[in-house]
Structures are given as structure tokens and as C-alpha cells.
Ligand binder design. Structure first.
Ligand SMILES: *Cc1c(COP(=O)(O)O)cnc(C)c1O
Length: 390
């Protein structure tokens, strides 16, 4: 079985984790702050707040930006449900912006149209969450421009995109956003088992994120409402959570981060080899747009849905039957049964619907071998009825 994605753990990772296990602190010791600093240094952000998942990171990012009942949050429908659930967790309203069919990220043109309409009816979003699908940044310059014109905050859901670059800046620098979120789930670029992080350049946002991460509690005298009763004193200012990342997982994160450039380079090489294999075949391969360096979390191909000799669903089945762990990223979120009550009109999301009928994610991860790539390719192109050819 060839999975679509897989972590890459070596002896140095194991050693780093065992060292923490043998140390005095398993949870809130010195390692998580070290990991945060390492991530900020890597991405070029001022601050980082590590949490137990990207889902938690998205949730507290919305809270830190003041998202509440009555507010609107917009995101891409072609994402994992966490990108929009975070808004619902804050009792806000959710809406989606259609993607473009080159990057599969939010289309700035569709976004501008939707903003113009929303302005007329007084329903502008408080926060937009662009998703950097497969590891390619959204068009942040355009989105940032629109955020200034229409007055909304930006949270980048960069769960796929640590290690990616946009206009020579690392994703996570927050040059064009208020907060960037990364995921460290095992299928992502680097892992802490479960884990996520928020990067930001705002000290105020950073403080809020840290409070929401840990029960809304502060130990900073400056933030307190009164003079401390003593050195034990703390104050709860908001209703927060226990979303902390522990030292054990942070140690794995630090160790993994040391190898990130090598991982991303390998992913780009794998992508390039697939590009070559598919050169003369009627499938659409991923397009990396100008000013982008993708981290290639996913390699998504599209089987044009125009009655050609094989369909996406047939290819999906063929791959599965031959032990290739393919996947579809993603079912448009508005199609989820839980979202039915919001009455989304699928017609508004023409590109997302088309994408959903054509896309397949084929395996990509640093340990994937050339011959495995050829096996995936041959399985895709071999005619039906020749199941035993390989
Ligand atoms: C994986 C993922 C998340 C959630 O990440 P967790 O760390 O598993 O909570 C959110 N958004 C996107 C786009 C993802 O791929």
C-alpha cells in the first residue's frame, strides 16, 4: 500500500523526544518556547503561539480577532472543515468564496465581486481565511489590498504550506495577514504528532492567543485588573481552553524543523517527476504560479470531466484496487450535512464544483520512490480490464 502522505521520522527525532522524557518537564518546560522561537525565526514572524492542533489555532485566532455572534467569516470551500468550523465555534456566520481553477485557492476576482455585493447589504466579513491548498500560497497581495479597502482581518490557513514562499517571503511571515496558522499533523510537511501554531507580528494578538490557549489566564501584571495579591497571583480575563502543546511534542517539532528544507525540496523533486510522467497524458497537473514556491503537501491532478476515455471515479477506484492510497482534497465544505441548514447555493461555486468532480490527490511524501511514482502513473494510464498487467 502506498499512502497519499506519510511522516518522516528518523533517529534524531526519537532522540530529541527521549531527551525530554528524561527531563524534569513533560508539559510546560523550556522546549515549547524554544519551538515557538524556532518557527518565528524560520518564517520571519515576530511571535508564535504553539497549540495542540491547527484546528485549535484557527479557533483561538478567530477569538483573538474578536469574532463573535453576528459576525461573518469567509473562507474557501475547498478545504478541511476546520477552516470554517472555527467561525461556528465563535457563534459567527460562515460563507465561502469560490476558487480559481489554476491555484485552487480563493479567486481574488470572485472575492472582490462578493465583497461588493456584501457591502451593499451591510454583510462584509470580519475575517477572511484564505487556504493555501496543497502548499501554494493564495494571492495574498490582492487579498491584502481588498482587506484594506473593505476592512477585514486575514487569517492564513497555511496548514499545508510551511516551507512555501510567496514573493520571496516565507509563508508565515504575516506580511499580508494578521495571523498565519500551520498544522503539524503527521500527513503535513513536518509533524509534532498532533499540533499547530499561530504566527503573528502583533504583540496584542499574540498575548490574546496565549491567553485563549490556556483558560484565558494571564500572569502578566500589565494585563491584570488589579495589583497582584502576591507572586502566586494570576487572573482569568477571557473564557479560554487548554489548547497547549507539550514539551515532548515541541521537541519533535524542533527536530523536524531542522529538516524542513530538505523535505520540501524532496517534495518538489517528486512533483517535478510526476509532471514529466504526465506530460503527454490528458490529465491536468498542478500549476505553480509566478512568485510562488510550493511546499507540495499534496500533488493534485485533475481528470478533465468531458467524457474522455476514463473518468475520475474510475481512476480513483483503479488506484485504490491497486493499493495506492489516493484521496480527494476536498469535498466542498458547503456539501457537508452539518452545513445543510445554511442553505448554500451550489451554483455560486461553479469552480469548486468542477474541481470536486475532477480532482484526485496522488501520493507525495519525502520517502516516496521513483518506481512507486511510475507504478502510480502506470496504474492511472493502463486501460480498464488490464488489472494484472503490473
Ligand atoms: C489539516 C488541516 C487543518 C487541521 O489541522 P489539525 O492540526 O489536524 O487540526 C486545517 N486546515 C487545513 C487546510 C488542513 O489541511
Amino acid at each position: 500500500m502506498i499512502p497519499y502522505g506519510k511522516q518522516n521520522i528518523d533517529k534524531s527525532d526519537i532522540k530529541a523526544v527521549v531527551e525530554v522524557l528524561n527531563s524534569d518537564f513533560l508539559t510546560q518546560g523550556p522546549v515549547t518556547p524554544e519551538f515557538e522561537i524556532a518557527i518565528s525565526n524560520y518564517c520571519g514572524s515576530k511571535y508564535s503561539c504553539a497549540v495542540n492542533s491547527a484546528s485549535s489555532a484557527l479557533h483561538i485566532s478567530c477569538l483573538a480577532l474578536g469574532v463573535k455572534k453576528g459576525d461573518w467569516v469567509w473562507t474557501s470551500p475547498i478545504s478541511f472543515v476546520a477552516s470554517s468550523n472555527c467561525a461556528l465555534h465563535c457563534d459567527a456566520n460562515i460563507d465561502f468564496v469560490d476558487i480559481d481553477l489554476e491555484s485552487y485557492n480563493i479567486s481574488p476576482i470572485k472575492l472582490e465581486e462578493k465583497l461588493r455585493q456584501a457591502e451593499k447589504i451591510g454583510r462584509l466579513p470580519k475575517v477572511l481565511i484564505p487556504v493555501h491548498l496543497s502548499g501554494q500560497s493564495s494571492d495574498m497581495k490582492e487579498i491584502f489590498k481588498l482587506s484594506k479597502k473593505y476592512g477585514f482581518f486575514i487569517i492564513e490557513d497555511a496548514s499545508h504550506a510551511i516551507g512555501a514562499k510567496y514573493h520571496d517571503q516565507k509563508v508565515g511571515s504575516c506580511k499580508y495577514s494578521d495571523i498565519t496558522v500551520f498544522s503539524f499533523h503527521p500527513v503535513k510537511i513536518i509533524t509534532t504528532c498532533e499540533g499547530g501554531i499561530c504566527t503573528t507580528n502583533s504583540h496584542e494578538i499574540y498575548n490574546k492567543l496565549c491567553r485563549y490557549r490556556s483558560h484565558g489566564v494571564t500572569r502578566h501584571e500589565k494585563e491584570m485588573t488589579k495589583k497582584p495579591d502576591g507572586s502566586w497571583y494570576y487572573e482569568q480575563l477571557d473564557l479560554g481552553f487548554n489548547f497547549r502543546l507539550n514539551d515532548l511534542m515541541s521537541a519533535l517539532g524542533i527536530s523536524q524543523l531542522k529538516k524542513i528544507n530538505q523535505f520540501v525540496k524532496k517534495r518538489n523533486e517528486i512533483a517535478k517527476y510526476y509532471d514529466e510522467l504526465f506530460k503527454n497524458v490528458d490529465v491536468i497537473t498542478p500549476k505553480v504560479l509566478k512568485h510562488n514556491y510550493s511546499s507540495f503537501h499534496l500533488y493534485i491532478i485533475r481528470i478533465p470531466n468531458k467524457g474522455n476515455k476514463f473518468s475520475r471515479n474510475e481512476i480513483f477506484k483503479k488506484l485504490k484496487d491497486n493499493g495506492v492510497g489516493v484521496n480527494i482534497h476536498y469535498i466542498p465544505i458547503y456539501r457537508q450535512p452539518f452545513y445543510k441548514k445554511f442553505n448554500f447555493d451550489y451554483n455560486e461555486f461553479f469552480n469548486s464544483e468542477k474541481y470536486y468532480s475532477e480532482a484526485i490527490s496522488i501520493p507525495i511524501y519525502p520517502g516516496l520512490k521513483n518506481e512507486e511514482q511510475r507504478f502510480v502513473f502506470n496504474t492511472i494510464i493502463k486501460p480498464e480490464g488490464f488489472q494484472n498487467l503490473f
